[in-house]
Design a protein around this ligand. Sequence first.
Ligand code: SAH
Ligand code: SF4
Ligand code: F3S
Length: 475
Amino acid sequence: MESILLEKHYKPIVTKVKNLYIESYGCAMNFADSEVVASILTQNGYVTTTIEEDADVILINTCSIRENAEQRIKHRLIHLRANKKRNNELVIGILGCMAERLKKSLLEDEKLVDIVAGPDSYRDLPKLLSEVEDGNKSINVLLSLEETYAEISPTRLNSNGVTAFVSIMRGCDNMCSFCVVPFTRGRERSRDAESILNEVKELSTLGYKEVTLLGQNVDSYLWFGGGPKKEFNKLTNEEQAQSINFAKLLEMVALIDSNMRIRFSTSHPKDITDDVLFTMAKYANICKYVHLPAQSGNSRILELMNRNYTREWYMSKVNRIREIMPNCGISCDIISGFCTETEEDHSDTLSLIDLAQFDFSYMYNYSERPGTLAARKYADDVSDEVKGRRLTEIIQIQNSVSKLKNANRVGQIYRVLIEGNSKKSDLDLKGRSDQNMVVIFPKENYKPGQYVDVVIERSTTTTLVGKALNLVLSL
Ligand code: SAH
Ligand code: SF4
Ligand code: F3S
């Protein structure tokens, strides 16, 4: 009798090993999240596969940052659904920012998928998958104030065994007026410092040589004793002394393994502190590179964007970085054609690129995102044609700055961490300099995971090409 009851009421979440295929889009945080998802599901009877046709479950971790990012993913989903003809039990799920933004409509209006899971619901995936096996569609898009997946040890996907991402916080409280992230990722929260240190230690033990600490705004990282505390000013003196801010975390991570490089992304110009810059300067293994998105070079536009800094403030940060670390690499994000942007405003962006001498930039046309502050308050009044022309001008000026800067690097020696074969030739290796420049050189007997000093012989806009001089045993 009892066994019948058990049979009736006990349903194991997964009954046989199933193949899981995950595809990721968007920022590094999404790629890191996919590794958390893989970890959760491999503990629930799934094995990961890199072959789409072998999958029993396909999960797409998606990005909503611009409309064309979403369009691309929708086309991909339509293609993936064709696999259902071959395997009618195939389950397709959508994760990440698009899942959070579009919610039920993905199941109902568009009927593209079986599962919709927002960024804070990944622990629920085994349950959501079992609901689908029972013939239902399933959805969880609840955002959380606490979830950081702190203790989950990510399953590294498509890893080169040399570099890895480590999430240190989730969400964003900044409310830049153009940006959908606060809506798709929810409130900002920091991850338990100890769990971050443990993950980095584990990566070091496994032989990884570089970690990138990830957050939408790493400079506002703050962990206090038993829990994350947001506002530093509201802590008592004693609490403040015990708390771990980003500079402190960076130092603690750097001290784990002096031969492991540390990078981080993204810094917000309003929040990056001298403390962080001095910590970077102090440790040889913290890479001298800052990704410091400006978005625009015009103070009026920056105000409309709700970025909380002016052109002058931004330039003072760039100068401060170079004052403390003269050879620090700096890169930028730029948006072309934000609401009300005039030709004059645009020319301020062009002149900022020239003035700041960014090593490289990621450059985009403004794309209005439903629900954002800008979508509600301002007209998207720069035509696509003008946005496109301005973007071309932005790309041209950045390319000419990059080309000249790289040409001046010929003859210099850079310390490079080897990541793998060059894309173009198996006879060459590819790595990155401390400043995050891509460096290519002949393989000889060098191997991924090694540090080498490379003398630069020629350059392009995006790449330095040279010859390895010697192996470096310690940084
Ligand atoms: N947290 C980071 C960036 C997150 S999104 C920061 O604060 O800088 C990455 C980049 O996408 C942004 O820096 C911005 O340049 C771009 N972006 C964000 N929303 C956009 C939009 N609506 N249209 C065009 N580009 C956008
Ligand atoms: Fe978006 Fe601004 Fe947050 Fe970056 S800091 S994620 S641009 S709201
Ligand atoms: Fe895209 Fe979401 Fe990252 S919108 S950029 S995947 S936080």
